[in-house]
Ligand binder design. Structure first.
Ligand code: F0G
Length: 458
């Protein structure tokens, strides 16, 4: 088979920023060893997130010029609505300025003290929105999803027997909805199989609980189903995506991922009463029902991006580029989540740095080392992001200590990725020199965004 190439050519470029190692050591110190606190102009390759960082197509830019900025009934809204409906078949489609705004609306209405929500794994903003409402967020990912180095085709799956057990324990009436995050971002960008979506639906039906999808990376998930699940190889991706949504009662979506938009999101559902409540809250918090916190031009970009993302040449290149980096790292012996996920490569920091205990945040130590060695920005998805304290103030660590290198869509070329592999391998070869970190300042919710840290013996 020939090399899988980038299925585009480049019309417009922007600079990336070179610094010396000495400069980066100082930048890191001034940023309190938190990659969110580093200026973008001090980064060479920015793999902090694949969210809002995509390169838009010439078609999307053309769409932006057609944006209808009418306050009510904008033409761009109807294009957006058609595009979302063609994939989700949901009758009620509510635009929001990003994914977490959709979550905030949904969980403000359905959440509250005494309520429980279950997912394969909730993303951090979703969990935070649930907990902020006073409700509890419970993850029930399958066993294989908890072991980074053991390959399995659908490590994002819900553990169906654990789901059943949790419903029995908490009581179905306390559970306003069950959510499948596809692909499972916090669990390594791993996909959920169609069979698992169907099985989750079946349990939802048994207990009369609605099923929602966190659809941020629906197209990447659909591509994995096509590649890995029996009976789907010959099906077009849009058909697979429609089938996935056909089992759901609603969805939240950040259009900053699989819609190639720099901003945007939506909430969609089948329940008309719930839609009325959501729209009321939308008007108070986001904007009128036909723009919801977005400009008309953003709605255009999303409408076009949602269709472009299902292009099979694109998806083949996208998934292959993540696999390419994963493979290079596996060959060099670097502990990495396997198989490759959809949008990011996840290093297993616990295996990478066995000499650093979890309460000294091995993932964050690795994030800092990657920046210092090569100007690469990554993010910790481990105990800094998800750790909690028990009543005695002791850290309750996250299930996994991962470092995510998220690949922005259509932005970096193969040589950028080769460079990233070289830097990771260089750090791996000197891993014994890395030190743990301690937190010097933190907030009670979503602390990883703003926390200040320092190396242990500095
Ligand atoms: N759900 C998932 C699975 C996500 O990955 C994200 C965002 C959201 C919801 C929230 O969407 O950012 O538009 O408000 N993930 C980004 C990331 C931030 O870096 O993975 P948002």
């Amino acid at each position: 088979m020939k090399t899988i190439i980038e299925p585009f050519r480049i019309k417009s470029v922007e600079p990336i920023f070179f610094t010396t190692r000495e400069e980066r050591t100082e930048i890191l110190r001034k940023a309190d060893y938190n990659s969110f606190r580093i200026k973008a102009s001090d980064i060479l390759i920015d793999l902090l997130t694949d969210s809002g960082t995509s390169a838009m197509s010439s078609n999307q830019w053309a769409g932006i010029m057609l944006g209808d900025e009418s306050y009510a009934g904008s033409n761009s809204f109807f294009k957006f609505e058609d595009s979302v409906r063609s994939i989700t078949a949901m009758p009620f489609i509510i635009p929001t300025h990003q994914g977490r705004a959709a979550e905030k609306i949904l969980f403000t209405i359905l959440g509250g003290k005494g309520k429980n929500f279950i997912s394969n794994t909730f993303f951090d903003t979703t969990r935070a929105n649930i907990e902020f409402s006073g409700a509890e967020a419970i993850d029930c990912v399958c066993e294989e999803g908890k072991h980074p180095s053991i390959p399995a085709p659908f490590k994002g799956n819900m553990d169906i027997s654990l789901l059943r057990k949790t419903i029995e324990e908490k009581g179905a009436s306390s559970i306003p909805l069950i959510m499948l995050t596809i692909t499972n971002n916090s669990g390594g960008g791993q996909p959920v199989s169609m069979q698992n979506i169907r099985d989750t639906r079946k349990v939802c039906d048994e207990y009369g609980i609605p099923l929602y999808i966190d659809a941020c990376r629906f197209a990447e998930n659909a591509w994995f189903i096509k590649l890995r699940e029996d009976g789907y190889a010959g099906k077009p991706v849009p058909e697979i995506a429609r089938e996935m949504f056909s089992y759901a009662d609603g969805c939240t979506m950040s259009a900053k991922k699989d819609a190639f938009a720099n901003i945007g999101g939506f909430l969609a559902m089948k329940n008309p009463e719930l839609a009325v409540s959501c729209r009321n809250l939308l008007i108070i918090t986001e904007g009128f029902t036909t723009y919801g916190g977005l400009a008309g031009r953003d709605l255009e970009a999303i409408a076009i991006g949602l269709q472009e993302v299902m292009d099979e040449h694109y998806l083949q290149y996208r998934i292959r580029s993540i696999e390419y980096l994963t493979q290079k790292l596996v060959e060099a012996g670097v502990p990495v989540m396997q198989p490759a996920g959809g949008h990011a490569v996840y290093l297993d920091a616990r295996e990478f740095l066995p000499h650093i205990p979890v309460y000294q945040y091995p993932g964050q130590s690795l994030v800092c080392a990657l920046y210092e060695a090569g100007g690469i920005r990554a993010v910790e998805i481990g105990s800094l992001m998800f750790g909690k304290y028990d009543t005695a103030g002791k850290l309750v660590p996250a299930t996994l200590e991962l470092v995510r290198l998220a690949i922005p869509r259509r932005v970096y070329t193969q040589s950028h990725i080769d460079y990233v592999a070289e830097v990771i391998i260089e750090v791996f070869n000197k891993r014994n020199e890395l030190k743990g970190m301690i937190i010097t300042e933190e907030t009670p919710l979503l602390r990883h965004f703003t926390a200040k840290l320092k190396p242990v013996d500095v």
